[in-house]
Design a protein around this ligand. Structure first.
Ligand code: GLU
Length: 485
């Protein structure tokens, strides 16, 4: 633990364009751990790999985290004591620290050309040896180094890894993992472009930002012995490590873009609720130890612990996510669903609809038990937003008989007598019409449903009529009768 005796964790993404669902899980576990323990959740942008830099990626990342509800305490646009929180703004710090390592013999300048390194690698491969740097430049004298530096010869700075050491990583999730230092390359710390590598910047920042727990994906475990060596080289205390299990597709292949969507923004665009996505991602590698599956973000905070994160990989099962969306849509309050529906309508061809919030809420109430996604209100019941232009062929064949038009005329008569009818009055009027015609209610119900909606299914008929209103209902029945002639 840091000397502040406070839990401080960080999510440290590289801005490569979008937030991967695996990244969301890392961010979420850090967030949950911080909130559960009254700690601080830091967002740090690791943008030192200039080749991978993507314009707008940072803004996009922050926007996505905000959408998910994972608010950070310190980070870009939220300066705290340990900023700046964007690594490209911290270059001076990395250089100063590297200088310290050079002074203590823990790092050295390396002037080897790419050609020499490549040749070395080929030779090592031929001899079936592990490919790593041969510490060639470690033998250079002070004077030689100075003159090369003066000449401006391109160079990198490398970590001087001591051979024949056991490097131990104690991990909350994985237990103790041991590495042989002979298998660790003299890692480049500063590249020839002057930018630090991930390893150096990551360790320096975790230390300076007083990070107590490093919680990240298991793909970073092989890098951790290098980090441990760096902490030692600086004579710094180690943070506590927790490496999260890998994510897989159902066929056990690595979760990748090829198999489906991996970007959080893709799920957002498809209409998944943030509540269900967050809930689903939380269960990728963690479970509360009970049967409970549906959690709010708050519920997750209360139940989460790093100790109950699994070691084995987690499978990303889209059906489960869909089921979660169904559940969370039920839990959402009307106002939130209304806001989503209005946003979707605004982007749809019904942008000019004239429904009041009150009417939209009625539509939501009628449709909610029948859908998993808010967008299905528009997709499955377009008849709330425009009169049907066609009628379902099969329903038509089954439900529209020779006498249907005449029967519906009678229904129009009954409906016309009503003033500002509520549901029950439509029902009563329909019964009256059926009685007068000496037919079953069902005959009229199917006919009028097809006339007003164009389809055979949907919410309760009287709900539908009430939402559409008397004038629109009558207009649509008339149009249907006209068209069937
Ligand atoms: N920048 C690394 C990434 O992109 C951070 C890994 C870590 O958390 O140490 O995931």
């Amino acid at each position: 633990m840091n000397h502040l005796n406070q839990i401080r964790v960080r999510f440290a993404p590289s801005p490569t364009g979008y937030l991967h669902v695996g990244g969301l899980r890392t961010a979420l576990y850090n967030y949950l751990f911080a909130r559960k323990n009254n700690g601080v959740f830091v967002l740090r942008i690791e943008d030192t790999d200039r080749a991978r830099y993507v314009e707008g990626a940072v803004e996009n990342l922050i926007d996505t985290l905000n959408w998910c509800g994972l608010e950070y305490d310190e980070g870009p646009n939220k300066e705290g004591e340990y900023g700046p929180y964007i690594q490209s703004e911290r270059l001076k710090i990395y250089h100063e620290h590297t200088e310290r390592l050079i002074q203590t013999g823990n790092a050295y300048n390396c002037f080897c050309t790419a050609e020499r390194i490549e040749k070395l690698r080929e030779e090592q491969q031929k001899r079936n040896e592990q490919t790593k740097y041969d510490k060639h430049c470690l033998k250079l004298s002070k004077e030689e180094i100075q003159s090369k530096l003066n000449e401006g010869i391109p160079h990198v700075v490398r970590l001087n890894v001591t051979i024949d050491q056991k490097v131990i990583v104690d991990d909350i999730i994985r237990g103790r993992v041991e590495f042989d230092s002979n298998l660790i390359d003299d890692q480049v710390l500063i590249k020839s472009d002057g930018f630090p590598t991930y390893h150096l910047a990551n360790v320096v920042d975790d230390h300076l930002m007083k990070i107590s727990h490093v919680i990240r994906g298991e793909e970073w475990l092989p890098s951790t012995p290098k980090h441990v060596l760096l902490y030692k080289a600086f004579s710094w205390d180690l943070p506590i490590f927790a490496h999260l299990p890998l994510l897989f597709n159902p066929d056990k292949s690595k979760l990748s873009k090829r198999q489906g969507d991996v970007a959080v923004e893709d799920y957002r665009a498809k209409g998944y609720l943030k509540e269900s996505l967050v809930n689903f991602v939380a269960l990728l590698g963690w479970n509360p130890g009970t049967e409970q599956e549906i959690f709010s973000l708050e519920g997750l905070v209360n139940s989460f612990s790093l100790e109950s994160v699994n070691k084995s990989g987690a499978v990303f099962n889209i059906e489960k996510l869909n089921a979660f969306n169904f559940e969370h849509l039920r839990l959402k309050n009307d106002k939130d669903v209304l806001a989503i529906l209005k946003e979707l309508l605004g982007k749809s061809k019904y942008a000019n609809h004239t429904w009041s919030d009150e009417s939209l809420l009625l539509i939501i109430e009628a449709m909610r038990p029948r859908i998993s996604f808010v967008k299905e209100i528009i997709e499955n019941s377009p008849y709330f937003f425009e009169a049907p232009s066609t009628y379902d062929e099969e329903v038509l064949k089954k439900r529209w008989k020779d006498d249907s038009s005449q029967q519906l005329e009678k229904l129009i008569d009954e409906f016309s007598k009503l003033t500002n009818p509520v549901k029950e009055q439509y029902e009563e009027a329909l019964h009256n019409a059926a009685n007068a015609l000496e037919i079953s209610n069902g005959k009229l119900i199917h006919g009028v449903r097809l006339a007003v909606s164009g389809v055979g299914g949907g919410p309760g008929l009287y709900d539908m009529l009430f939402i559409l209103g008397k004038d629109e209902t009558i207009r649509r029945i008339r149009t249907a009768i006209e068209r069937m002639k």
